[in-house]
Design a protein around this ligand. Structure first.
Ligand code: PMV
Length: 325
């Protein structure tokens, strides 16, 4: 095989962020926007990476010299993925990698997890190593933790399995939720969130007030299970109410910001059933559920308040190998 192209979707977390880091369940959905990774062998024993959307035209190191040259931060996930794969299967052939992304890396749609999953699928195909999804997940999760130290792996699961999932770490539970429709609005706040920092902040809070935080996580777990039922039954007003309840709990975890709160209130005032942040907080996106007749007004109000409506479809297909030659 000369080259392989694999692709994986971005994600949005619907319910259960932060609690999922401590083993509680969450609901996550895959996006219709994907990252492609193309891998091919090189004659020389080099690792060459081109990731133009990350501002990296060409980066080159010796393959298997992973620790010897400082890796640009933007490429740390890709390099960690190659390292895990090469070390696990004792490989040494030179490798060329090129990435292409349908969404901006700043949106918090899980570009690092999508790139990691697409890379590992492509490598497995290139080397003709048969891996189950669980095996791919395990490799990917270890590589992500090596770079990021913290995280539940929910984003990797969404990239790999796709659809909408009830997830518990580390892929202890990956249950596809059967839904036909998920009419959420997605609004980018304009601020890039720093997920590891927010995870550490919540950890700090949990250290100081363990009982209080545990009680919050337990309430979030109840919301996640209830939300699963409402999603399946398309009970939108009820689901919206749960989004507001989850948001209140996230506010108690101190991860919302005045800007996010302003956008959330704007959406509710304009007639949304419910709205919450999606993800670690601090910035990135909010998700909104509104009656069909109010969606336009909600979107307009959010734009006026400084938000950017992003057109994405949820509940989309998981990772796949797209072509090989
Ligand atoms: O900020 P995002 O969209 O990557 O979501 C982070 C969700 C957390 O629960 C805070 C972290 C995690 O890894 O589960």
């Amino acid at each position: 095989m000369k080259y392989v192209v694999a692709a994986a979707p971005g994600k949005l977390i619907l319910f259960g962020e932060h609690a999922v880091v401590y083993g509680y369940p969450c609901l996550v959905s895959a996006l219709d926007q994907r990252i492609q990774v193309r891998v091919s062998f090189l004659k020389k024993d080099d690792l060459v990476i081109a990731a133009p959307q990350l501002g990296i035209k060409k980066f080159k190191i010796k393959i298997n010299a992973f620790g010897n040259k400082s890796i640009p931060k933007e490429l740390s996930f890709l390099v960690a993925g190659v390292k895990r794969f090469y070390q696990k299967y004792h490989l040494q052939k030179g490798l060329s990698i090129a990435t292409q992304c349908q969404f901006s890396f700043k949106f918090g749609f899980g570009s690092s997890s999508a790139v990691m999953i697409a890379l590992l699928l492509a490598l497995a195909k290139l080397y003709q190593i048969k891996l189950t999804k669980k095996q791919v997940f395990k490799l990917a999760y270890k590589a992500v933790l090596e770079v990021q130290k913290v995280g539940s792996g929910f984003d990797l699961a969404a990239a790999l399995w796709g659809g909408t999932l009830l997830y518990q770490k580390p892929a202890k539970l990956v249950k596809p939720i059967k839904i036909k429709n998920l009419p959420l609005l997605v609004c980018y706040s304009g601020i890039k969130a720093d997920t590891p920092t927010l995870i550490r902040q919540v950890l700090e809070l949990k250290r100081k007030k363990p009982q209080k935080i545990k009680a919050i996580f337990k309430k979030i777990r109840q919301i996640v299970f209830q939300a699963k039922t409402y999603l399946e039954k398309e009970k939108w007003p009820e689901l919206g109410k749960l989004m507001n309840e989850n948001q209140k709990l996230l506010q108690k975890l101190n991860v919302s910001t005045p800007l996010l709160n302003k956008l959330l209130n704007t959406a509710l005032k304009a007639g949304a059933w419910g709205a919450k942040i999606s993800g670690a907080g601090g910035g990135d996106n909010i998700i909104i559920l509104a009656p069909q007749a109010k969606r336009k007004a909600v979107a307009e109000a959010l734009k006026k308040a400084g938000g950017k409506i992003i057109k994405v479809k949820l509940n989309s297909q998981g990772a796949s190998c797209e072509s090989h030659f």
